[in-house]
Design a binder for this molecule. Structure first.
Ligand code: NIG
Ligand code: FE
Length: 422
């Protein structure tokens, strides 16, 4: 028995042979009109136009002339946190910078202090509500980082919360170990001792309990140096843990260089990024970039952070014109981007970064899926893919998502062919 979704005005984001979209291709959406979808065991088994063949036991769900899109993929979040940081928001309104607040012991350390005091159950309850709301806004795959623990116990606590979220929700959730998010106060004068702690105690414990799918480092001015980043990633490689790193948020600090050298799956932020970095990123997609081509280092832009902190936006227009594939993510966190809807990110990307709605669509679907090496099963709609899709409120939904800023354009969410209810 299968479920057939009928009377779809248009299915957008059909699976293409390459699975990801580079440069100009980002503005060309593969769509099918007057369509239907057949789903079996959570996977798409047929997509067609016109009237489907209906067998006796098939269930029919009439989508009444609406648009269908693949579920959105949020490849960069910090959604396990104890509390908002609106005191810092007010300080920044009065003129303090993100870096000044961090220097004074606020920022990530503020979140770490609060998280240490919160029980695992309470952290889970908060994170549960956030994930639920994100799904209702169309996000059907989420990457979640640790990094507000900064001690063995608290980092493991955060990652166990992510594990519970994975077990609780039907969507795909991936965990990233970000012990190298900031230096705890007691290590400020001896930073390498903190790297030792990460490598000697945290990483082996994370691996032993199978709590992470990737590793991340905040490689930037005032945080982790390129050398420290490389040391951490080299050790992670020994465990076979792929990396996705924070880089070039605060300056041209070598984040792209180390990411490409270490074959990271993505380098995220890139508010500072020049043609030197563009060339390196482009080269990472060539077949002779190591291991016969490792799939490249995807550039991930986080416009919510630029908006919220008042820092430059990543030059994604130039990146796309240069031929790069671009990803957009929320960076959902209490310090630099308290934005959890990729629809709002889409709007910022259009108005502030001059990306076209079609480019944004690929940046939050198939390209985002590739940055998690998941584009073989999600991020587009085709035979064999997971049946994770959205029924939209309006027609022309790709254009209306960024247009109606702050309004949820998603009417219904299906995960593995089953409707998701809050
Ligand atoms: O991606 N830049 C580093 N980490 C987060 C911010 C974390 C925080 O301020 O709590 C980010 O923006
Ligand atoms: Fe981040």
């Amino acid at each position: 028995m299968s479920t057939i979704f009928t009377h779809i005005s248009k299915i957008h984001g059909l699976t293409s042979p390459e699975k990801i979209k580079f440069g100009k291709e980002m503005s060309q959406v593969d769509s099918l009109s007057n369509a239907y979808l057949r789903v079996d065991n959570g996977r798409i088994v047929e997509i067609g136009s016109g009237n489907p063949t209906v067998n006796e036991n098939d269930e029919i769900i009439d989508l009444m002339g609406k648009d269908v899109l693949p579920g959105f993929v949020d490849s960069h979040t910090h959604l396990v946190f104890a509390a908002p940081r609106h005191e810092e928001f007010s300080l920044r309104i009065k003129g303090a910078s993100y870096e000044e607040i961090a220097e004074a012991g606020g920022g990530i350390l503020n979140s770490a202090a609060k998280l240490r005091l919160m029980s695992e159950d309470e952290l889970f309850d908060h994170a549960y509500e956030r994930v639920k709301s994100m799904i209702l806004h169309g996000t059907t795959c989420i990457e979640i980082k640790s990094g507000y623990g900064l001690s063995v116990d608290s980092e493991l606590k955060m990652l166990r919360v992510v594990k519970r979220l994975k077990e609780t929700f039907p969507i795909v959730i991936k965990a990233t170990f970000l012990g190298a998010h900031a230096f705890p106060k007691e290590f400020k004068q001896q930073p390498d001792a903190y790297i030792d702690l990460i490598l000697r105690d945290m990483l082996p414990a994370v691996i032993a309990d199978d709590l992470a799918d990737h590793i991340d480092v905040f490689c930037d001015r005032g945080f982790f140096t390129v050398e420290q980043t490389e040391r951490i990633l080299l050790q992670a490689q020994k465990y076979g843990l792929p990396s996705k790193i924070h880089g070039n948020e605060l300056g041209l600090t070598g984040g792209v260089q180390v990411a490409v050298k270490m074959q990271s799956w993505s380098v995220d932020h890139l508010e500072h990024c020049s043609e030197v970095e563009f060339e390196l990123l482009k080269g990472s997609f060539s077949k002779d970039s190591g291991n016969g081509g490792y799939g490249g280092t995807m550039p991930v832009a986080l416009p919510g952070t630029s908006y919220f902190l008042g820092i430059p936006y990543a030059p994604t227009r130039k990146m796309i014109d240069f031929g790069l594939p671009v990803v957009l993510a929320t960076d959902f966190n209490p310090g630099s981007s308290p934005i959890h809807s990729l629809q709002n990110i889409a709007s910022l990307a259009c108005t502030q970064m001059k990306m076209l709605p079609e480019e944004v669509f690929h940046a939050i679907t198939c390209n985002a899926a590739h940055s998690l090496r998941l584009s073989e099963e999600l991020g587009s709609l085709g035979v064999g893919m997971r049946a994770d899709f959205l029924v939209m409120k309006t027609s022309d939904s790709i254009k209306t998502i960024p247009y109606f800023m702050g309004q949820n354009q998603v009417e219904r969410v299906f995960i593995e062919g089953q409707e998701f209810f809050a």
